[in-house]
Design a protein around this ligand. Sequence first.
Ligand code: ADP
Length: 319
Amino acid sequence: MRSTSPKLHIGNYEGALRNWVQMQDEGYEMFCMVADWHALTTMEGKESGRFAREVAKDFIAGGIDPAKSAVFIQSHVKEHAEFHLLLSMITPLGWLERNPTYKEKQADILGVEREPYGLLGYPVLQTADILLYRPVGVPVGRDQAPHLEIGNDIGQRFNRLFDVELFEPYQYLIPKDENRAKLPGLDMRKMSKSYDNCIYLSDTADETAAKIKSAFTTPTKLRKEDPGVPEGCAVCQYLKLYSPDWERQWAEDVAGERGCFQSKKELTEVINEFLRPMRERRAALDDGAVEEILVAGAEKARSVAADTMDRVRSAMGLY
Ligand code: ADP
């Protein structure tokens, strides 16, 4: 997760963090990284370090247990930079120029003349982040699939070029439910902080209520009796994910037996209930404890990353 902002939103949770927590609880060894270098491809200013600490808090608030999983900041493990450099020597430029998310991100940033060199190489650094830990799987939201494909291609190319079997193809673990893989925002576009359409894990109960109040519903449903179209309504989509009663709520919406106000009120209750334990865990974290968690996490990550780098250098004949 990039530290372009100090807050994770429920899209980051549904697309990725929920699976991280589930895999951790199933006993997988997890490496949970805040990508502060990656954040610099599209952010200005020098807040990445401070934001990174806040994102780490959201990991823990969301259920990552630092006693089980390594929580660390990318720039604290320098092996990521060395491996990125070496992988950049074997990655064909065409693979990066063809990357569909590259053009999209280009449009996001300040203007083509400001486009940084690092933006094109984003998937190469991401590949270094992944392959250093030689993982079986990488749990991410749908938008990351093209990058992960490039990563597997680079890993296989490395094996071929240097005649080793160092990197096994990893799986991309994307939520099966399409709404979780790409959670809609309050305005039904993809939830993303750049659209200002997010519910954040750290929002207060009142902030959440106010956001849901202004959320997008069926535009033609002006009165309670008008039929709703839940497929196109953000409130109904969230009810489906968070309310055990969603089938009844949807049926009433379609039949004109409930108004949007009622749906919003019920959604506010279930979302606030869902976020309550996260808010409590976050409130219990102090900055000193987070620093200690990050030092220990980086140490654990480094021990694995350093071993991979020994093998990489040896494969490439660098000694
Ligand atoms: P952002 O897209 O907000 O800048 P990142 O690029 O750091 O965030 O993405 C962090 C993780 O969250 C990735 O695995 C990404 O796929 C996932 N993610 C981001 N937005 C959503 C969304 N709306 N729905 C599902 N997953 C998402």
